[in-house]
Design a protein around this ligand. Structure first.
Ligand code: ZLM
Ligand code: CA
Ligand code: ZN
Length: 393
């Protein structure tokens, strides 16, 4: 009915696990796995599954998770639940060692399954891209960029992105990781800090005192020792509240365009955290679906094999619209659709009345004052250019 056709000779693969979406972090926890169900329902209502190859994500095996995460951390993740958390008498509790059980990273029923499904989707995506069976592979259930080798952090327990990039490195010499979640992609940056085969670039709200995780300053560019191959291979774009589509888009194209020219990546891993949209419960930016999607469109135009990951996003109806629009961009049918909610869409009541209107230029939330002076934006671009002069391939 929307005239969605499969682009010939171009494969988009879509990796999801409906079981993952049934997990709960707790009543008022901002992370709501059902936003994936809402997104998928909207994607289906446009007929997009007909234009791509759809896969039910496997659960990642213990061995696969162990490619990055430590065994004692995985063992603990796998054994505690759903029983009450056992205490470790000396040396503090395991919850403290692994940052588990607090309000950000609660221990909930089925946690290990939830984590292995998220990682399974991203691993499947990476393998399809490696085999050339996929030009763009989508894993909206992944993108959990804060998880560390032996520590949970910021709603993330298993770093599916690191695991997927490790797979990409088996068949591509250089991978560019881009992160448009409103938070700093610290876990991915840390994992590849000492290699020149992965360049990481995160755009985020930066405030070392009051915004999580507090890292990702402009001059955090990798190891300071020039002899470490990872030097200059971490790019950070620290931003302030209220950035608009126009400023963000200009910065994104400038920064990513320069990186691609200099680093010449052979594949791209793009984390599409939707908490950088206006009106997000945790975010502070003023991005619209269009501006957020423009980043995906720019990356697609580079013509490199790519994985799209999910990530943050705490106003579910906005998450669904952004990821639907971005699935359409991956498919190349974005001109024909508009993230309007079709009449027959299940879960339609989750969208506000005014958001059912047929337009792309929607205001997703109350706009925040823009605290990003143009002078600072130019400074950022200049600093990135200086870093890239050290990169030679
Ligand atoms: N308190 N409940 C982004 C990860 C952001 C650390 C300050 C917890 C919350 C937040 C949890 C129900 C990604 C911090 C916050 C309150 C220490 C963060 C449970 C509300 C609630 O109502 C809440 C009782 C909770 C957590 C707000 N936590 C907001 N911001 C950040 C983590 C993850 O989007 O980048 C990728 C998926 N944590 O600021 C505190 C310092 C815990
Ligand atoms: Ca980011
Ligand atoms: Zn986030």
């Amino acid at each position: 009915e929307y005239g969605i056709v499969r682009p010939k000779g171009y494969n988009v693969t879509f990796h999801t696990n409906p079981e993952m979406e049934k997990h709960h972090f707790g009543q008022t926890h901002p992370m709501k796995p059902w936003r994936l169900t809402l997104s998928k329902s909207l994607i289906m209502s446009y007929g997009m599954p007909y234009a791509m190859n759809n896969y039910i994500a496997r659960t990642a095996t213990y061995e696969e998770l162990n490619d990055y995460h430590s065994q004692d951390y995985l063992d603990y993740l796998g054994t505690v639940l759903p029983e009450p958390v056992p205490r470790d008498v000396d040396g503090g509790t395991n919850e403290m060692r692994f940052n588990l059980g607090g309000s950000d990273c609660p221990l909930f029923e089925g946690l290990y399954d939830y984590c292995s499904m998220s990682a399974g989707g991203s691993l499947d995506a990476a393998r399809k891209v490696c085999n050339k069976e996929s030009d763009i592979a989508i894993s909206w259930g992944g993108g959990l960029h804060h998880a560390k080798k032996m520590e949970a952090s910021g709603f993330c327990y298993i770093n599916d992105i690191v695991l997927a990039i490790l797979q990409l490195l088996r068949c591509y010499p250089r991978v560019l990781y881009i992160d448009i979640d409103v938070h700093h992609g610290d876990g991915v940056e840390e994992a590849f800090y000492s290699t020149d085969r992965v360049m990481t670039c995160s755009f985020h709200k930066y405030d070392p005192v009051s915004f999580f995780p507090g890292t990702g300053a402009l001059d955090d560019n990798g190891p300071k020792n020039e002899y470490n191959p990872g030097a200059h291979h971490a790019i950070n774009v620290p931003l302030n509240d209220g950035i608009t589509d126009e400023q963000y888009g200009w910065l994104f194209e400038n920064v990513i365009g320069s990186i691609v020219e200099r680093f010449r990546p052979s594949a791209i891993a793009l984390q599409c955290g939707a908490d950088s949209l206006a009106g997000d419960r945790l975010g502070r930016f003023n991005l619209q679906v269009q501006g957020h999607g423009q980043c995906v469109a720019f990356c697609k135009k580079l013509g490199l094999p790519m994985i799209l990951f999910g990530g943050g996003g705490y106003t579910p109806r906005n998450v669904a619209r952004a990821w639907t629009w971005e699935t359409a961009i991956a498919l190349g049918v974005d001109k024909k659709i508009n993230p309007v909610i079709p009449q027959h869409t299940p879960w339609r009541e989750h969208f506000r009345q005014e958001e059912l209107l047929p337009t792309l230029e929607q205001i997703l939330g109350d706009p925040k004052p823009n605290k990003n002076p143009q002078k600072r934006i130019l400074e950022i671009v200049q600093h990135v250019q200086e870093q890239l002069r050290f990169v030679q391939h």
